[in-house]
Design a protein around this ligand. Structure first.
Ligand SMILES: [Mg+2]
Length: 237
């Protein structure tokens, strides 16, 4: 008989940032998108018209530019400048970042650190912006590395890069688990053949996340600590 998989048995945990570790209670990142779109593509549309949760920074820029009629070639040519502008604008205002930690995050990271797990972030943010949010939240020190969207627009490529780095550090047989808050995180984890913990601390509630069949579906990271021996799948266990 196959042994049940327990959430705390993995060698490495790769965390999404927005909605999983923290929620930004400021408009720094949001305003930086608009500055980049306007200065590089002369587009004044707000990013609210496209799905931002579970998307990536280049993916959001691409979707808005396309909606506004910017041709693919023009977009591709302007993308490096737009990413630069996004990065610089967010960093210029990073003193205004007000990240709100999701419940139990610090306790979970401390518990995993005590168990000597490798912790990293996998995020659709640009690298400089992702680290600025983590730093503002006081969480940056927990993470050994990050995989971001600067060179990878697709979420599953960002995750695959993170997994490759984890296994480069720990060995090819290291087990890796994703922690995320959106159906896109679940889909990208599955694409990479990984187990995934879905947390309802972002935009999506547990009922919606459960429909995408993650291995574990919990309200927030802190819930893992009170269900220490949670086996796949708790809802069916
Ligand atoms: Mg997220």
């Amino acid at each position: 008989m196959t042994q049940p998989v327990l959430w705390d048995q993995f060698d490495a945990y790769l965390f999404d940032i927005d909605g999983t570790l923290l929620n930004s209670r400021d408009a720094v990142h949001y305003r930086a998108f608009h500055a980049a779109l306007e200065s590089v593509f002369n587009v004044k549309q707000k990013i609210d018209s496209v799905p931002v949760h579970g998307n990536t920074d280049p993916g959001i820029l691409r979707a808005i530019a396309r909606n506004a009629g910017v041709g693919d070639e023009v977009f591709q040519a302007g993308l490096p400048r737009a990413l630069d502008c996004l990065r610089q604008e967010a960093l210029r205002n990073c003193g205004e970042m007000r990240p709100e930690l999701c419940r139990g995050v610090r306790e979970l990271l401390a518990a995993l650190e005590r168990r000597q797990k490798l912790l990293a972030v996998v995020s659709g943010n640009l690298e400089a912006i992702g680290w600025a949010k983590l730093k503002a939240a006081g969480l940056d020190r927990y993470f050994a590395f990050g995989s971001f969207s600067d060179q990878r627009e697709l979420r599953h490529d960002i995750f695959a890069h993170g997994v490759a780095e984890a296994r480069r550090r720990l060995g090819a047989r290291a087990s890796v688990c994703i922690v995320g808050d959106t159906p896109s995180d679940i889909a990208a984890a599955r694409h990479c053949g990984l187990h995934v913990i879905a947390v309802g601390s972002g935009t999506y509630g547990r009922d919606e996340l459960r429909r995408h069949a993650p291995d574990w579906c919990i309200g927030c990271c802190g819930d893992l600590l009170i269900t220490a021996q949670l086996a796949v799948n708790p809802d069916e266990a």
